[in-house]
Design a protein around this ligand. Structure first.
Ligand SMILES: [Zn+2]
Length: 374
């Protein structure tokens, strides 16, 4: 396994000590929430409140990311700066999820994003407050909350009354590669956890409503007094290479034409990662692979996956005959490096936040060339 590959995965980055020991200490968590260093990541329907000046463009995550004037960042606000109606709700009926303690910027990280906006006194355009890499001081307690529609409206009202811009919400899938390590890790952790909470409000054994405990990391059934813990669903994704060193990509039934990506599927209960890779590839494509080689993994909280990446060669004993399953995969195609990089091909490849992109680039030998822009 190569560390370089793992560090190329946008959602595998993190700069938080999850501080497991503090989760069960409510008094300590209250003190951390009240501390001036505390910061909150605010979610609404899976999107995060953006840092001031974010200017996300409409983009579906496939192909090349539009060049954006301002790097979108995640807002990490002080609890004291949230409107009272929002914090009251969080502390009574909501979930105050404790993400952990910020580790500060990694060694060698840039100390700040380049401020692209003109900020001299004579500039007419409003100065955008650029999110700064490593802006969270080491040791800051970091929480996350997920707001309902009424609380979001209260945030917007508070912004209007203060003469500030309306809140902007950003989607992790689209901005992952733009975020710094702290933001990417906190957003991924928070989204994965709130996706779990949203679908585990009741006990799977008796149906009773469950209670949130442990800093947001446990739900307890009060009837049977059992604890329910967050789940994550492992999925394998495989770069398959044939004897001519071509890469196999498939087009999914749920996608528009000309979107191609690697084949992937969920690990079934009672199955190893390797067996799942071999089975999924055979099911979806008819291709038999030998000895899938582990590359790395990244969380993919859409809603609850862990993507486990492999590279594999076609078995020499089973010459590949492409048989798309016609259900999930409608088309299959071997690509040479020239074909993948051809700007005229019209083929849309997975976006930069995905492990699929990282595996394709690992086989390609470096970043895929950006298409010419008008
Ligand atoms: Zn129960």
């Amino acid at each position: 396994m190569s560390r370089a590959f793992q560090s190329s995965l946008p959602l595998a980055r993190h700069r938080i000590d999850r501080d497991h020991a503090a989760r069960r200490d409510d008094a300590l968590l209250d003190a951390r929430w009240a501390s001036p260093e505390a910061r909150v990541l605010v979610l609404h329907k899976g999107a995060a409140l953006a840092a001031a000046g974010a200017d996300p463009e409409n983009w579906d995550g496939f192909g090349h990311r539009p060049s954006s004037r301002v790097r979108p960042g995640v807002a990490l606000v002080s609890p004291a700066d949230l409107p009272g109606v929002v914090t009251d709700e969080i502390l009574t009926d909501g979930i105050r999820l404790y993400l952990g303690l910020a580790l500060g910027a990694a060694e060698g990280a840039p100390d700040g994003a380049d401020d692209g906006a003109a900020d001299d006194a004579g500039a007419v355009a409003p100065v955008t407050e650029q999110p700064v890499a490593g802006a969270l001081p080491s040791g800051s307690p970091v929480f996350a909350v997920s707001l309902g529609d009424e609380q979001v409206e209260a945030l917007a009202t508070a912004a209007r009354e203060a003469g500030e811009p309306e809140p902007v919400w950003i989607n992790l899938r689209l901005v992952a590669a733009d975020l710094d390590d702290s933001e990417a890790g906190a957003f991924t952790e928070a989204l994965a956890m709130f996706n779990w909470h949203a679908t585990h409000t009741h006990c799977p054994r008796c149906g009773a409503a469950t209670l949130v405990e442990g800093g947001g990391w446990v739900r307890r059934c009060p009837v049977q007094d059992i604890e329910l813990f967050p789940r994550t669903d492992a999925a394998v994704i495989v770069g398959i290479v044939d004897e001519h060193d071509r890469l196999l990509l498939g087009s999914n039934a749920m996608w528009e034409n000309n979107r191609f990506s690697l084949l992937a599927g969920f690990v079934e209960p009672g199955e190893s990662l390797e067996a799942a890779a071999i089975r999924e590839i055979a099911e979806e494509s008819g291709v038999v692979i030998d000895d899938p080689e582990y590359l790395g993994s990244q969380p993919w909280p859409f809603p609850a996956s862990l993507m486990v990446g492999f590279l594999a060669k076609v078995s020499p004993d089973h010459p590949p005959v492409l048989r798309p399953d016609g259900d999930e995969i409608l088309a299959l195609r071997w690509f040479t490096r020239d074909e993948i990089a051809d700007p005229e091909s019209g083929v849309l490849l997975p976006g930069s936040s995905s492990i699929a992109r990282a595996i394709i680039e690992r086989w390609y030998g470096g970043p895929l060339p950006e298409p010419e822009r008008a």
